[in-house]
Write a new protein. Structure first.
Length: 223
């Protein structure tokens, strides 16, 4: 199990890049989910100005060009990608050349048995835990499929004490903003076999807080 801090892009990421430089971090994950093509071009340029040498795991979008994936693999030695299922986002490009390192994330839908012929599952622990708390049938379905497939990478986000209703009208406890380190105590419920070598802290919190979360999780799981 290896856990990495992450540059998330659903909020302004510039502060995270500044922190990475100040801390001289060389390995981080990057999630491109909040950016369009032109915005991603800016981020790729900004990444070159940082101390980052490797991006072991990246969350890609369905509109990313193959050249963007090539850049991550060739320039940053990326070993795993995750993407949402086609039910949630239709793919605009052919990613078959990378199908052996692309993993399908459990988000809001039921996972399917064949995982669309990709490499396996990107297990998002907070989405799975939210299903356990609220959407029991989806939890049972997804847990069964997760156990049958390779878990190639993970997202780790917070489980809050109180629920909220999201834009889809769903009851949610999972969140990309952590208020307290105890937001990660739920991870003790899950067997260590569920954790991969590419675990990304999916938080909008700053990098310094993410590093505290990583240390907390390691102690929590006796790693």
């Amino acid at each position: 199990m290896t856990i990495y801090p992450t540059v998330t892009t659903l909020v302004d990421y510039k502060g995270k890049l500044d922190e990475i430089n100040a801390l001289k971090l060389e390995k981080v994950c990057v999630f491109f989910t909040g950016l369009n093509f032109e915005e991603r071009k800016v981020l790729f340029k900004e990444l070159k100005k940082t101390t980052i040498k490797e991006i072991p795991f990246a969350h890609i979008k369905s509109d990313m060009k193959l050249s963007e994936l090539n850049a991550l693999v060739n320039e940053y030695n990326t070993k795993a990608f995750n993407i949402h299922s086609r039910e949630e986002h239709s793919l605009l490009y052919d990613y078959s050349s990378y199908k052996d390192i692309i993993y399908i994330e459990n988000v809001y839908n039921h996972l399917k048995e064949d995982l669309e012929n990709w490499a396996g599952v990107c297990l998002d622990f907070s989405h799975l835990e939210n299903d356990r708390l609220v959407y029991k049938e989806r939890f049972k379905n997804n847990l069964k499929i997760i156990k049958k497939n390779k878990i190639g990478c993970n997202h780790i986000s917070a489980i809050l004490k109180d629920f909220y209703i999201n834009e889809k009208g769903e009851k949610r406890y999972d969140n990309h903003l952590s208020l307290d380190l105890s937001d990660f105590d739920y991870l003790k419920k899950y067997d260590k076999s569920f954790f991969s070598d590419y675990c990304a802290i999916e938080l909008n919190n700053d990098i310094s807080y993410q590093l505290k979360v990583i240390e907390y999780i390691k102690k929590l799981l006796n790693e």
